[in-house]
Design a protein around this ligand. Sequence first.
Ligand code: UDX
Length: 466
Amino acid sequence: MDKNDHAKHTLEPHVLIFPTPLQGPVSCFLKLAELLCISGIHVTFLNTDYIHRPLIRHTQVLSRFRNYPNFQFETIPDGLEHDNPVSIEKLDEMIDAVNAAAKPLFRDMMISGRWSRSSERPVTVMIVDAFFSFAVELGLETSTPVFCFQTISPWEQSDELVTSVPGTQHFLRKRDLAGFCQTDDLSNMELQFVLQQALITPQTQGLILNTFEELDALVLPHIRKVCPNVYPIGPLHSLYRSRLLADTTQILENISSNSVWKEDKTCLSWLDKHPPKSVAYISFGSLATINVDQMLEIWHGLVHTGKPFLWVKRPESITGEYNESQVPNELLERTKEIGCIVDWAPQEEVLAHPAVGVFLTHSGWNSTIESIAHGVPIICWPYFYDQQVNSRFVGEVWKVGVDMKDLTCDRFIIEKAVRDVMDTRQGMFTQSATAWQNLAKESIGETGSSSKNFALLLDDIRELSS
Ligand code: UDX
């Protein structure tokens, strides 16, 4: 590196990235980190210990980040013994532990400039999840510009819901909102937590969202009224892929989803054996759980359709006493013929596979936008948080599938829903799904809205760091 290069290098912004320590957000934040790295920005990626442990066992992710001299991982203790919260039931434990252990340490590390060592420059900008309001507060206190990156649906950001949001009065019902939005009890913990995030976000430099302008055209104008700068840069996994493919220094086979958990890629060769749009894909994300009865109902329903199915069954996602002897032989035998069950799949690649004809999902935001990006019709079985509103949009606004929130988990209902989306109304759903897929593709094209928003984000990070 000559003298000029060295000066240029040291003048590049140094961004500290601090995600919520959960599989979904970490994978999204890693994609954003990599996009910043290939744009020349120095990144320190801060993980809490328990989410970093599974990631370092997963050498593929680590080795790809070793390619970037302008990237470093750092960790912060969180006092948690287990590797990760594998279900929603453990989320509170994680939030309490991180607040107790990491909050004071984060302050010390930030103030001591600990993260400047390898960048030769102190942190100039932070990108954090509003989940960690303490990180945002410290940024404000130390005059370090902060951006919030929200990896859930933008609707969770709006404090004007149902009747107060013009354009939504005719379809958004109270039961389409997260449980905590349906209560008038202001002492509700979840509501407090979300309100805290909603109040702190407008005090930051801006809000980065994994959506695209056209998809959330109803809510983005409302968010823009309260947040100074909003950067919808989604579908992030598509933007990420297209930028890495365009970067000639990248080895294509190495482009990954940056999943924290190890993906079982054998299901991709299983998919290769099936005709286009013939397979039902089932996954309920990284936190939702089902009980044994629900699992058996879903299983019966899938088998009754006679359609091939690929099912992600995280070992910890079944609650209560469960062992294989509870599963009728008929199901096990039929599954050997038409099913494929894995602990964790390479979901982005699965949804991009031509064999997949429908996605039965909990409607987590990332699953929803990934399905939209690949034009796969959706059956929504929402559980909590933004999943309720996402499923309403899938059914009523984007019309790319069906919302099952009012129905019970019953084998005949599951069978009917799969047949409805894959056979009876297949043409209609495929048409809308393809239209949204095309808009998603345009948004990440050279002149598309998400590409422009990403360029704007880079400019703003550089300006704030100068
Ligand atoms: C959580 C909340 O549950 C959800 O409501 C919110 O919108 C985001 O945070 P999670 O439950 O994990 O997320 O769901 P989702 O947002 O859909 O994210 C799941 C991610 O895991 C996706 O990016 C998906 O590609 C990935 N995944 C899922 C895999 O890589 N493999 C799998 O087998 C299943």
